[in-house]
Write a protein of this length. Structure first.
Length: 346
């Protein structure tokens, strides 16, 4: 196993250094090469080629049959896996030093200010100082563009994560609609949108405040807290109470004397049911009318607080009125409530 590793390691070392050594000979034809720089390059390439040949030879000598035939035992004591690597490393170091000196001379001849600068230019096959300066400018612009692109991509990823987290605040059936709203709102008003979403997240999932906060965001694009404060600071609620008061007083007076149906004679129960339904319907109709006035009163308040764009936002006016089936039946039967109400089988 040890010998196989020796063959593998030194064979690879030999092949790699052979490629480097042979390719280094081409450098003598590069721009800026003078007599001394060319000479040093040839010597450096020759030493690297020699390293390659020695490494390959040592890989072959790891095979016992070949080593015993080519290398007698007395010599083998001095040529081993300790001395050979040291020799190869020494030759590689000398070759690199000579090559570096040759490169420095070449770079100076071409007008480059430092060896590091010329090494970078040479690696990119550039031998003209002005062309290298142009390359550096283009590289800087490319790096800047790449960095800007990375920033944009990162921002998009963070934005997508933020949107997904915000969408999860809402019920499943609302998420498709909400996602479109959140994308638009974060683009137009990121600060206000995030503030409203944070407020929604702070409410308990099952609370009425959470439900109201979600609804005011979706329908009206405002903060529930800000909206409620604007309502409390207005006269709308007081006006609603004042408008509702007479209807409530009338209903309370009518319902004050309502007793359990069991206390009424049987012949009066159906009429009592009918009268109570009429009172309830009348009160609820008036209550709905007052509440609709209230909704129209508070709707403009949203314009005075920070709000998101909602093109279809409008007062939540209730059109439907409560009208029970029993009263509809009475209407259909020409006012005959006896047909439409049942009491103890009568």
């Amino acid at each position: 196993m040890k010998k196989r590793m020796q063959v593998l390691v030194y064979s690879l070392w030999g092949l790699i250094t052979l490629i480097f050594g042979l390719s280094a000979y081409k450098e003598i034809y590069e721009p800026g090469m003078g007599f001394w720089s060319g000479t040093l390059t040839v010597i450096s390439a020759t030493l690297m080629t020699l390293v390659a040949l020695l490494a390959l030879s040592w890989a072959i000598l790891s095979i016992d049959r070949i080593r015993n035939k080519l290398l007698p035992k007395p010599k083998y004591k001095f040529i081993n896996n300790y001395t050979v690597p040291c020799l190869l490393i020494l030759l590689v170091s000398i070759s690199n030093t000579l090559g570096s000196s040759a490169s420095a001379m070449q770079g100076k001849e071409l007008g480059f200010l430092s060896e590091a600068e010329f090494s970078d230019a040479k690696m990119h096959k550039i031998f003209d100082k002005n062309e290298y300066s142009k390359y550096l400018v283009e590289k800087e612009e490319k790096n800047k563009a790449d960095e800007e692109r990375r920033v944009v991509v990162k921002a998009e990823e963070e934005r997508a994560t933020k949107i997904e987290a915000a969408v999860q605040l809402f019920d499943v059936e609302k998420r498709e609609q909400v996602k479109k709203l959140i994308i638009k709102d974060l683009k137009e008003h990121p600060g206000l949108t995030q503030q409203i979403l944070n407020e929604i997240a702070a409410y308990d999932k099952l609370s009425m405040e959470r439900t109201s906060a979600e609804r005011t965001y979706i329908d009206d694009g405002v903060s529930h807290k800000e909206y409620m404060k604007a309502i409390d600071d207005s006269n709308c609620r007081q006006e609603m109470k004042s408008n509702l008061a007479p209807y409530k007083a009338l209903f309370d007076a009518q319902s004050k004397n309502w007793r359990p149906f069991a206390e009424y004679p049987d012949y009066m129960v159906k009429q009592e049911m009918y009268q109570r339904d009429l009172a309830n319907v009348e009160y609820l109709k008036n209550k709905t009318k007052v509440e609709n006035i209230f909704m129209q009163c508070i709707f403009p308040l949203m314009q005075n607080i920070p709000h998101l764009s909602r093109a279809d936002s409008k007062p939540k006016v209730m059109d439907a009125e409560y009208f029970p089936e029993s009263l509809q039946c009475v209407q259909r039967n020409g006012g005959d409530y006896n047909t439409c109400y049942k009491w103890k089988g009568v």
